[in-house]
Design a binder for this molecule. Structure first.
Ligand code: WT7
Length: 659
């Protein structure tokens, strides 16, 4: 791990001082709306960490068998929560609502082309049971891995819930990832089945998911026996006899009742692959009970979830946000969940706001990159719609710049809606630092304070807590929490090294740097490892470099992030070719070719925005690429680093595009 680089910080948020008290209209109806109520929560968490979580677990989860042990820390940093209890997540999301809200709408769906579909809790329950039985008919059982590669349609949630019902472990691969990325994830988990579709509508096009699946499985993926194919678009696709089966055919022989499998609290619910600073993406493994509890309590605390809400989180199910705050949290609470299949700009940049109006959305959760893009399109888009149903707005994925925050607050929330800026990670499972909106005043750019039961700190290089205000350091979590990741699938050593070793297994190391201000508010400053955040999505620089060097023309590559007004960070690549360096270090045709190449290797989100060609990369005498220097060059900063240790100092001019 490298040392903390505060240069990487978004400067403008360092000096943001405005504070916004919870809007009174919101406070009136909020479930937690007094300092006393919140203090009582914090107090109860600090009195006894374990009792706090145990009583919440008993209150919020319907158990099949109650647990005896709250926290087992005997094998740290491997923790078990609520061990020996048994439950089923799908039961908690569906069956338990049938008594009092069977006819309540569980999912409202709108496709990109405007088709609308509604499913009541009763209907969703039967759809999940039927598909769960179809999985069983095809030999999928408890503990088997199932990969999903789906568009954002209700069937994606149905498939995830069906896996949960029978104890199969799902691994959702974002539909924007390439065939190669899909293949490596299928193989890493040795998945027995894949669930996909004949396509999905996005950006006015059909995303050819099945074709990518076929390509992934053309060689390798030997573990896969069955590919379930949802007919969404009716596009012409190839079906392989004996392996591929249409969803509608698979459910034909299946009953719409399927008793839930009672699973241990620690049974893995899912794997979700995410990028790190080294190697291939890692399969973050989550538990059942602890994870479910995290989604439930944070839905209540941070989103102030209420029975009357129509709740919309715009995240795709391919990301953790789409797991915790689409597929599980809202359903566990019996809420009405809205889902949208397509792009925010189809047919124009007013689509999100039109959807909010048409479906009376009350809670809206999205990413800063989307907010910035829609802000750029102009106020006339939101102004054309009635947004008065909204009562709470959320943000996730990266620090939100005050300009976007203030626009969101004023133009979308009409200053009536609190904004919850939620800091968390694939690994944390649910929100960790976020405001309780009825009580905590917000500051644009800060995710405010740790939630009750979350023991967060900022520490220095030695692991000592930094008490001084505004001093940056490593963001760590000091006590285990129920919804934390359990391990990395198939690579437990990497789990220990990545998250625990830095401070001798004492703290969970998030990989972000942060500072805490005079009021105890946290400000996330960025990653401290070689991980980029592009449009709220995590990408490893190494991953992109490996993709580049896999191209025949490329000898060496170094990838860094550069601040970008729209995507937060943009990918900037320095490439050394096997052949001659193009004049001036720029070659548009080759850049296009390499961009397409990376798209194919990983997915369009990993495409470098700019490529500069050099004869060499700047390295120290020990052969380490000087990334910090490359970052400075990419951002057009003046170079303050000492470059005298460079093996090849002359290369600087080339990298700066001066020759
Ligand atoms: C990384 C986690 C958690 C769902 C989306 C991304 C950054 C996330 C915030 C925020 C500042 C944020 C961090 C974190 N991040 N939310 N509200 N403010 N930074 O999940 O792909 O696991 O990425 O995203 O750097 O470590 P992820």
């Amino acid at each position: 791990m490298t040392t903390i680089d505060t240069k990487n910080t978004i400067d403008s948020i360092l000096h943001e001082e405005r504070s916004f008290p919870p809007p009174s209209e919101f406070v009136k109806h909020a479930s937690i709306n007094s300092t006393q109520a919140l203090d009582a929560l914090y107090q109860s968490a600090s009195n006894n960490h374990e009792t706090f979580w145990a009583s919440l677990a008993r209150k919020e989860i319907d158990w099949h068998r109650d647990f005896n042990n709250t926290l087992d820390a005997s094998n740290a940093p491997h923790y078990r929560w609520f061990y020996d209890g048994t439950l089923n997540i799908s039961y908690n999301c569906l069956d338990r609502h049938l008594a009092d809200r069977a006819d309540k709408t569980a999912i409202i769906f709108e496709g990109e082309r405007g088709d609308v579909q509604r499913l009541s809790y009763q209907e969703l329950y039967h759809a999940v049971c039927r598909f769960a039985n179809a999985l069983k008919i095809h030999g999928i059982g408890c503990g088997d891995r199932v990969v999903l590669y789906m568009p954002m349609v209700p069937e994606a949630v149905i498939a995830m819930q069906a896996c949960a019902r029978i104890g199969a472990i799902h691994s959702v691969v974002f539909g924007g990832f390439s065939a190669a990325a899909l293949k490596s994830r299928i193989e890493d988990a040795a998945a027995k089945a894949v669930i996909t579709a004949d396509g999905g509508y996005r950006g006015g096009k059909i995303i050819a998911l099945k074709a990518a699946c076929d390509e992934a499985m053309a060689e390798g993926c030997a573990s896969v026996d069955t590919v379930f194919v949802l007919k969404r678009t009716g596009a012409d696709i190839a079906m392989k006899a004996g392996r591929d089966v249409y969803w509608h055919d698979a459910i034909k022989p299946a009953s719409d009742d399927c008793p839930p499998e009672w699973l241990n609290s620690e049974h893995p619910l899912f794997l979700l692959y995410t990028s790190g600073s080294t190697g291939a993406p890692k399969g973050i493994q989550h538990s059942s009970a602890g994870y479910l509890l995290g989604t439930i309590v944070t839905m209540k605390w941070v989103f102030d979830a209420q029975d009357s809400d129509i709740y919309w989180c715009t995240a795709d199910v391919g990301w953790i946000t789409g797991h915790s705050y689409v597929a599980y949290g809202p359903l566990a609470l019996g809420m009405t969940l809205f889902m949208y299949e397509g792009a925010p700009t189809v047919p124009d940049a007013g689509r999100f706001w039109k959807l909010c109006q048409d479906h009376n959305i009350t809670v809206f959760y999205t990413a800063p990159t989307a907010i910035r893009a829609l802000m750029k399109a102009g106020d006339n888009f939101p102004d054309a719609y009635d947004l008065s149903s909204l009562r709470l707005l959320g943000s996730v994925g990266e620090p939100i710049n005050p300009e976007a925050w203030l626009w969101y607050h004023r133009v979308i929330g009409k200053q009536r809606c609190p904004i919850v800026d939620t800091w968390w990670q694939t690994e944390t499972g649910a929100h960790v630092i976020a405001p309780i909106p009825g009580v905590i005043a917000t500051k644009p750019g800060s995710c405010t304070r740790p939630l009750p039961g979350m023991d967060v700190a900022v520490v220095d290089e030695k692991g000592n807590e930094i008490k001084q205000a505004n001093q940056g350091g490593y963001l760590v979590i000091k006590k285990p929490w129920p919804f934390m990741l359990r391990t990395i699938w198939g690579d437990d050593k990497r789990y220990c090294e990545t998250y625990w070793q830095r401070f001798n297994n004492k703290y969970y190391v998030a990989g972000d740097s942060a500072r805490r201000d005079e009021d105890g508010y946290y400000w996330i400053m960025g990653r401290i490892d070689d991980v980029l955040n592009v449009s709220g999505h995590r990408l490893g620089t190494m991953e992109i470099e490996s993709a580049l060097v896999a191209n025949d023309k490329v000898a060496e590559a170094a990838v860094v992030g550069r601040p970008d007004a729209l995507t937060g960070e943009a990918i900037f690549a320095y490439v050394v070719l096997k052949g001659e360096r193009p004049a001036g270090g720029i070659d548009k045709a080759l850049t296009t070719e390499l961009q397409q190449w990376v798209s194919k290797q990983i997915g369009p989100i990993a495409k470098p925005k700019e490529i500069r060609y050099a004869d060499n990369l700047p390295k120290t005498r020990s052969g380490k690429i000087m990334r910090r220097l490359l970052r400075a060059i990419a951002s057009g900063e003046t170079i303050t680093q000492d470059t005298s240790t460079l093996e090849n100092e002359a290369i600087l001019e080339q990298l700066q595009g001066k020759q």
